[in-house]
Design a protein around this ligand. Structure first.
Ligand code: Z5A
Length: 212
């Protein structure tokens, strides 16, 4: 992979809860680093001190009903900060950035899950990112029931994890709509298989997608 990999790639990992994003981000990082590449790991919402404060606001369970529009705007506010302060500077230095979620999550959760309009999300995306988008997005696909079972094993649930199962089916549909809109950017992997199988597929497909 080392000789032909473009510098400063932006790779994102997506999926519903329990799909194994964090586990597999670390796996991708190890593949790239073993190839001598410099990698920066980050996540959304979050990634900078201020954006992490917004994350805390977004994830904390609360009595007050949260407006879907407020949630959407906070996601993009955190993203604007993250992009300007962390993602773009790293890419400009030729460092690969691996992010646990990015804008596809907004389409899936706020669009698919909450039912906000795709056009409104698209307008905010243009405002915050212009034409910036990931070079590659790994979508880990898991049945929502299986994903929630994995997530529950970790203990206390955040505000999103407290949603009903139907919400996660809509989120999954949102992700698949994104894949249909831009199939060349996505690598969709069946995350219900054993971790060994999932990672064998990622290792094989990642090389095919990234090496020219
Ligand atoms: N959100 C949003 O609404 N809009 C947006 O624009 C953005 C985000 C950016 C925070 O995300 C929340 O923000 C999220 C959507 C919303 N909703 N929630 N909740 P988050 O990424 O921090 O939260 P998360 O989805 O819960 O991520 P996570 O905790 O990091 O889970 P994960 O990364 O998918 O899973 P994992 O920790 O790698 O794995 C879970 C467990 O399964 C763990 O014990 C693994 O060892 C195990 N595992 C993993 N793979 C396998 C396989 N193949 N077999 C068996 N077991 C496995």
């Amino acid at each position: 992979m080392r000789q032909t990999l473009k510098k400063g790639l932006f790779i994102t990992v997506e999926g519903i809860e329990g799909a194994g994003k964090t586990t597999n981000l670390n796996f991708i990082r190890s593949i790239l680093e073993e190839g001598g590449e410099e990698v920066l790991m980050t996540r959304e919402p979050g990634g900078t001190p201020m954006a992490e404060e917004v994350r805390e606001l977004l994830l904390r369970p609360r009595e007050e009903t949260v407006s879907s529009t407020a949630e959407l705007l906070l996601m993009f506010a955190a993203r604007a900060q993250h992009l300007e302060q962390k993602i773009r500077p790293a890419i400009d230095r030729g460092v690969h950035v691996l992010s646990d979620r990015f804008t596809d999550a907004t389409y899936a959760y706020q669009g698919g899950g909450r039912g906000l309009s795709w056009e409104m999300i698209h307008d905010l995306e243009k405002m915050v990112q212009a034409d910036f988008k990931p070079d590659l997005t790994l979508l880990l696909r898991i049945d929502p029931e299986a994903g929630m079972a994995r997530a529950r094993k970790r203990g206390a649930l955040d505000r999103f994890e407290q949603e009903k199962l139907e919400f996660y089916f809509r989120v999954q549909e949102g992700y698949m709509k994104r894949v249909a809109e831009d199939p060349g950017r996505f690598l969709v992997v069946d995350a219900q298989k054993s971790l060994e199988d999932v990672q064998a597929t990622i290792a094989q497909e990642l090389a095919a997608k990234l090496v020219s």
